[in-house]
Write a protein that binds this ligand. Sequence first.
Ligand SMILES: *Cc1c(COP(=O)(O)O)cnc(C)c1O
Length: 433
Amino acid sequence: MKFVSTRSADPVGIERAIMSGTAPDGGLYVPESLPHFSVTDFDGSEGFAPIAARFLAPFFAGSSLADGLAGICTRALNFPIPLRRLPDEPAEVSVLELFHGPTAAFKDVGARFLAATMVDIIAGGIYAQPPVTVIVATSGDTGGAVAAAFHRQPGTRVIVLFPDGRVSPRQQHQLTCWGDNVISLAVRGEFDDCQRLAKAAFASDTLNAAHNLVSANSINVGRLLPQAAYYAASSLEHYRATGTASSYIVPTGNLGNGFACVWAKRMGMPIDRIRFATNDNTTIPDFLRSGKYQPRASRATLASAMDVGDPSNMERLRALCGDVDGIRDLVSAQSVDDDTIRATIQDEYQRHGIAWCPHTATGLHIYRQLSDADRASGHWIVVATAHAAKFDTIVEPLLGIRIEPPPELAALLDWPADFATIDADLAQVERLI
Ligand SMILES: *Cc1c(COP(=O)(O)O)cnc(C)c1O
């Protein structure tokens, strides 16, 4: 399978699409065409990694990674992604828990798969000479997932740029506890300064020549594809048990997770309706209502990993669906404000004794808002994007309890942290790498 840019048709192999992140014309890589599956294509495949390998095989066909794909899936997708039924509900509803990876957020899935493919591409010697240097600017979750995924991976180094004093203590620890081939830099400034520094590094010929820079940001097709795979696997799991399709509610910021769900549906998986839950950054719901796309500056909310005013993957959604009517046929979207997020975290804890993170709460609220007819019309799956313990400073005071970090997160919190603090100046980055 070849990949093309959303802006022009100059096909490249999946190795190049993964190693370059964005296309040279500024567009995003998408597969030339989408494969189509029926549920029986997965007969004989059990468990997430084997189902993902089957689902992703057409994208890797003809590439240098085709033979190794099953191994990549086994190595990268090695933690559980349970579809948990909410007990004692009048209608059928499940939560897809994507947060059982090393940094307790769904970004582990994409980051680990991306790292595994990059390591094999580098070892194959086709598109990059080792060592390559992954630069990642982060406002919190992405940097930890990428650092964890590349930590001690042969032929790679990681530079994490995060805004000094603007990430939560637990997030900061996940950004700075790695050592070995991971360098963590606290940048005096905001997330935008970190992103500007990363862009300046990629634009610098001398830095590129010296370090083989590669990007691991969330628009990389190597992160999106495995995300589509968990929609394939979870919809299949429910279909095998009941013979019916599932509808999804996806907490949404940059639209990487939500768009992956759209791909899985378009590829024929048993997926019925798709709803995006946004926070008070309302660009997507406003677009679906008005038909006019108006990007904005982002606003700070409790669901901070979704604070995005101009979602990058909107470009892929528009390229796939054509006009806004095409998008409306496929998805709907609704925003949830901070007061409602707080109330939902408390309400759900009272109902089930489960503490959910603020991002997941946006999705649960939208489920509660469905009409009785909608709720009763089929199986709904609310996507849980992070463990509540990652957002302890928000969730603990609301519930008046202590939230124990899951074992994988607790282990990281015991590692010593180490980082340097720099100005938002490329020369300082250059000196430290
Ligand atoms: C990144 C993130 C999101 C938003 O996902 P997108 O793919 O950017 O839409 C939601 N929740 C959590 C916890 C995240 O880390």
